[in-house]
Design a protein around this ligand. Structure first.
Ligand SMILES: NC(=O)c1ccc[n+]([C@@H]2O[C@H](COP(=O)([O-])OP(=O)(O)OC[C@H]3O[C@@H](n4cnc5c(N)ncnc54)[C@H](O)[C@@H]3O)[C@@H](O)[C@H]2O)c1
Length: 439
């Protein structure tokens, strides 16, 4: 392979992490980073912090820490800022979310209490089940963009920040499809911002501000946001990295583990029934059918791509997939998911697999946020821009070009991810061919 000419800029200076939505996931992420910085805990779940990759072959092969292999932003250089429709500080919001224990939160209370949310860009039409007071007022969407940019500029000056990343950790907005004349080109989108077009969601206003300033953007929710041609165009124009959608944290993570395994063994599947109970604010928002629709589309897309029913009609041609989420307050953030999988084997004999995952939503999502911050920053410092397909490992519904299939198989995604890191360092890819492993 031709060596690439990529020069990875050194991660010097402070990295500002901008977060629309200071709720359960983002406060768990911020509190965790602060505890880890103080040496009070370990970054479990983060590939950037704990992962290794193999370099060299044969006798020269060795496993190295990813963070030693390639220059990554240090946790100590991160500064956090964000917007929310509630006035709670990050400490108060984390306490309300009840993900982390009181003792854990007390250990970083001062730092968390110092982060006060900026006024949010909000429109109840896009999140029906929320109302908040900490909301910006401006005549048009275009003016809103300027206010978001002002928040960023102020933060940059106050904290002496060199680079930024924005990660949407806000509530799931209603399901939208691309609206021609609004979302299809950058010129149309900018016109629509000025004309206050109703098809522009708040998430798009933050995203436009970020990309236009050359700030990489990640969409942690399943709503449309940056997955529109106008933003692909803007990301190219400003040479800015981006990614999405929807953190792959719990049930879908399990699906992308199990389904490739069944398929590898040529076991058929008749159906996959998934249901969840969830009692946090995310669960309350997803009670609204229009927000749930965004989540449902994101969750359903996975198995179709992995199974390829058009190639394997005998195994997956007659496959039924159902996903539901039920809001059940007593469980808070501790989601419980049940999966019933109807599979069949030799001569078509049926079998069942049951998965009961008692997970913690924000505990699973927090290291994903951290890794996305770190690897999008790496992409940007390496001059990569547009959709970062190599980070599809982290997404339930990876963004992709219209003429390309997204990759959902977790281990294919992991291999792509590690090989991209190797490629960035001009290290040969690992294809796991025997001769390259053993010779
Ligand atoms: N936890 C997981 O495992 C997981 C996995 C995939 C995706 N997600 C997504 O991540 C997002 C965050 O999840 P969460 O559990 O932290 O939810 P949450 O309800 O605790 O937090 C979301 C926060 O966003 C705020 N918000 C809503 N609209 C806003 C706006 N326009 N501007 C600024 N703030 C706004 C809300 O007030 C709330 O505080 C959700 O969209 C969720 O679907 C979570």
């Amino acid at each position: 392979m031709e060596p690439n000419k990529i020069e990875i800029k050194s991660p010097e200076g402070k990295l500002g992490v901008l977060i629309p939505g200071l709720g359960a996931v983002s406060t768990t992420f911020i509190a965790g980073v602060m505890m880890i910085r103080k040496g009070l805990n370990k970054p479990i779940g983060s590939l950037a912090q704990m992962g290794k990759l193999r370099t060299g072959t044969g006798a020269d092969a060795k496993e190295v820490d990813i963070k030693e292999f390639i220059p990554l932003a240090a946790l100590s250089d991160m500064e956090f800022g964000g917007w929310d429709i509630f006035e709670d500080t990050v400490y108060e919001s984390a306490a309300n979310a009840q993900v982390l224990t009181k003792d854990d939160l007390e250990s970083v209370k001062d730092e968390l209490a110092a982060i006060k949310p900026w006024k949010a860009v909000f429109n109840k039409h896009f999140v029906k089940n929320l109302d908040g007071v900490n909301v910006k007022q401006a005549p048009t969407h275009w003016d809103m963009v300027q206010l978001v940019k002002e928040d960023i500029a102020k933060f940059k000056q106050e904290k002496n920040i060199s680079r930024f990343i924005m990660v949407w950790c806000g509530s799931t907005e209603i399901h939208q499809v691309m609206v021609p004349g609004v979302h299809d080109t950058l010129a149309n989108f900018e016109k629509a911002l000025k004309e206050n077009h109703p098809a522009i969601a708040p998430s798009m206003i933050y995203c436009y501000a970020a990309l236009d300033l050359g700030i990489p953007y990640a969409n942690g929710a399943p709503n449309l946001c940056n997955d529109i041609p106008a933003f692909w165009e803007l990301a190219d124009l400003r040479k800015t990295a981006m990614g999405g959608k929807d953190f792959k944290s719990g049930q879908t993570f399990m699906k992308t583990l199990l389904a490739p395994g069944f398929k590898a063994r040529m076991l058929g599947m008749k159906g996959w029934y998934s249901t969840n109970i969830l009692g946090n604010r995310d669960g309350a928002v997803l009670e609204d059918p229009e927000s749930f629709k965004s989540k449902e589309v994101s969750k359903l897309s996975v198995l179709e791509q992995i199974c390829q029913p058009e190639l394997y009609p005998d195994l997956y041609g007659d496959f039924y997939h159902k996903v539901t989420i039920n809001y059940y307050p007593p469980r808070g953030d501790n989601k419980e998911g049940w999966d019933n999988i109807d599979i069949f084997g030799w001569l078509g004999y049926p079998m069942q697999v049951k998965v009961n995952f008692l997970c913690r939503d924000s505990i699973l999502a927090a290291p994903i946020v951290l890794d996305l911050v770190i690897f999008l920053d790496l992409a940007q410092r390496s001059g990569l821009f547009g959709n970062q397909e190599w980070l599809s490992f982290y997404w339930k519904s990876p963004m992709h070009l219209p003429n390309q299939e997204p990759e959902h198989d977790l281990f294919v995604q992991l291999m792509r991810f590690k090989n991209t890191l190797r490629w960035l360092r001009n290290e040969p890819p690992v294809t796991t061919l025997g001769h390259e492993t053993y010779n």
